[in-house]
Design a protein around this ligand. Structure first.
Ligand code: ADP
Ligand code: MG
Length: 593
């Protein structure tokens, strides 16, 4: 056996394996260097998905001859002046990106230090450093990477189509652009400009907004809620989308820690947790969130790619995110996204005439309507005969007083049509009712218990023996949630009481679903910790399904309740409970505008 020290070029290739996974990761490193160099313009050109050429040009502070010569060496950096890894305030610090990239490609750098009258160029070819030469460049730095991975054929094989690589590149630049609004960015594939972002001037807050709007699009701008929270030395700012604006993957979730784009499981998990009640598990909310925390509280030196972080106190970070996002969602009250009405209108269009997104007004300032956390009045009992008209639900009333309008009709025993000041609202009565019941149950449990209602005739629900045992073990907890049941022989349970809130309930359906749920769930978890899931199950089996005729009073009571209830704009699965069509848009349908 012979142990030997590996040559520098091999060491660099090994390091590159972790850091430079694909062209997009090289571009991320190069653009981060430009940002660290104080660039106000960064232009990226890519050919063949980055395989043939990557070029990054900036107008940053540049490098002198000596600096340039050092920059391509491994572990050479200008960013750790006092060797303190706990106070990193630059994107780079490991001093290995240029060395790694140079070891797997043909790298050429020209640069001119600010204030210098001469530019210099150096190149590295598959790890072999070439002589430094004078170059022509008026300012900043230009880096060209050709034939990436030519020196590591194994990695080359994993390159995807130019289109796929381009979309990763696009994503990497977008992430950095979101958090650096004062810098202009461009990305071109040699023929077409894929990204074109001019530097945004003005105050910091306003510039972030403008950049987010430019990258995330108008639709997000119209349907996002502002986040600004501070807690235990952590500041969280940014925007999150309404639940009805969700996606099938996390591609539109942009998370940053101290200005660094990260893909951190803790942060993704916290975001997921915040939306848990409002989105099906396979839907992802849109978000741009900036977390600022004292550098000492976070370790960014976890992986060469620097997209993972470790927080000293994970609980506080998670709590801050969940708390702030939930708060914003609660404030949004019954709002559902304008996308919903856009989609509805699109479907209703008689021709393919283009139309503009119905404006609900920008909500950048924060939650537009405030939902009172008011749960004191009883939920409209939609199975009881109509009571005497309650105040505030008179048919003659002016719709302008209510965001969701005054109910005018029920169609197909499923949809409530309401007139608002400047449009109409169509409510899916079942989805809306389900959501209201869900929130009611959660609230009641948080307040200390759900009131129970005895059944006139106890209901026997037949189940297999395992299911009976599972329910029996949890009988105490279920009782607190309003459901009183006991074992009834080996293959059945007897249900004596149900949550009063539910009204007429499909008890066998509910009990079976809970039994199924118990089988899947972590035995260590108390039912209360799975509250929203249990509440959703109960709500789902409660009475007002589609297909029940409602009196005007009942309809209006439902609308008023929705206005007051947080999260009532979408059902537990993230589907909207109502759509709103503005008169202006209806007029367009008829060609009146
Ligand atoms: P790190 O960014 O971790 O310091 P890199 O290998 O990415 O390591 O870069 C090495 C050094 O080269 C940097 O510390 C910086 O001094 C210099 N450098 C790299 N890119 C640029 C650039 N675009 N403009 C000015 N200096 C740069
Ligand atoms: Mg770097």
């Amino acid at each position: 056996m012979t142990i030997r020290k590996l040559p520098e070029s091999v060491i660099n290739r090994i390091a590159a394996g972790e850091m430079v996974e694909r062209p997009a990761s090289a571009i991320k490193e190069l653009v981060e260097n430009s940002i660290d160099a104080g660039a106000t313009r960064i232009d990226v050109v890519v050919r063949d998905g980055g395989r043939r050429l990557i070029s990054v040009t900036d107008d940053g502070e540049g490098m002198s001859r000596d600096e340039l010569e050092l920059a391509v060496e491994r572990h050479a950096t200008s960013k750790l002046a006092d060797d303190d890894l706990s106070m990193i305030d630059t994107l780079g610090f490991r001093g290995e990106a240029l060395a790694s990239i140079g070891s797997v490609s043909r790298l050429a750098i020209s640069s001119r230090a600010r204030g210098s009258d001469q530019a210099w160029a150096i190149s590295v070819d598959g790890g072999t450093k070439k002589d430094i030469t004078p170059a022509a460049l008026s300012a900043g730095t230009r880096i060209e990477v050709r034939d990436i991975f030519y020196a590591t054929p194994a990695r080359l094989k994993f390159m995807k189509s130019p289109r796929t690589e381009m979309s990763h590149i696009n994503d990497a630049i977008k992430r950095l652009a979101l958090v650096n609004p004062k810098t202009g960015f461009s990305l071109s594939d040699g023929e077409r400009e894929v990204i074109g972002l001019t530097p945004v001037h003005g105050d910091l807050h306003g510039s972030y907004l403008e950049r987010i709007g430019a990258i995330m699009g108008r639709n997000f701008a119209d349907n996002a809620l502002a986040i600004d929270a501070q807690r235990d030395g952590i500041r969280l700012t940014g925007y999150v989308g309404l639940p009805t604006l969700s996606r099938g993957n996390a591609a539109m979730q942009f998370l940053f820690v101290n200005g660094r784009p990260v893909r951190d499981r803790l942060l993704y998990g916290a975001l997921r947790g915040a939306y848990q009640d409002f989105l099906a598990s396979d839907r992802y909310p849109l978000a741009v969130l900036f977390l600022e925390i004292t550098p000492r509280e976070v370790d960014v030196n976890v992986h060469p790619a620097k997209t993972e972080v470790r927080f000293r106190d994970q609980g506080i970070v998670r709590g801050t995110i969940v708390g702030a996002v939930r708060h914003a969602l609660a404030e949004a009250g019954h709002r559902a996204s304008t996308t919903v009405s856009t989609a509805a209108l699109g479907a209703a269009q008689p021709s393919s005439r283009p139309y503009s997104t119905p404006g609900k007004g920008t909500v950048w300032g924060g939650a537009a309507e405030k939902a009172a956390n008011n749960f004191h009045s009883p939920l409209p009992d939609l199975d009881a005969p109509p009571a005497a008209p309650s105040p505030g639900t008179d048919m003659a009333e002016i719709p302008g007083d209510y965001p969701l309008g005054v109910a005018r009709a029920q169609l197909h025993e499923t949809y409530i049509v309401a007139e608002t000041e400047d449009g109409i609202v169509i409510v899916d009565q079942h989805a809306a009712h389900e959501r209201l019941v869900h929130e009611r149950i959660k609230d009641a449990i948080n307040r200390g218990g759900v009131s129970r209602q005895g059944l006139l005739l106890p209901e026997v629900v037949e189940l297999d023996e395992d299911a009976v045992n599972r329910l029996n073990e949890r009988a105490g907890e279920l009782k607190e949630l309003g459901l009183t049941l006991e074992q009834f022989g080996h293959g059945a349970v007897l249900v004596r009481e149900q949550p009063a809130i539910l009204g007429e309930t499909d008890i066998p359906g509910l009990v079976r679903d809970i039994a199924d749920d118990l089988e899947e769930m972590d035995q260590a978890l108390a039912l209360k910790d799975r509250l929203s899931e249990v509440a959703a199950l109960m709500a789902c089996h409660s009475s007002v399904r589609a297909g029940r005729r409602l009196k005007p009073d009942e309809m209006n009571a439902l609308l008023r309740e929705m206005e007051e209830t947080p999260h009532s704009g979408q059902c537990s699965h993230g589907r909207p409970t109502y759509v709103e069509l503005k008169l202006a848009d209806i007029e367009k349908l008829f060609g009146r505008r």
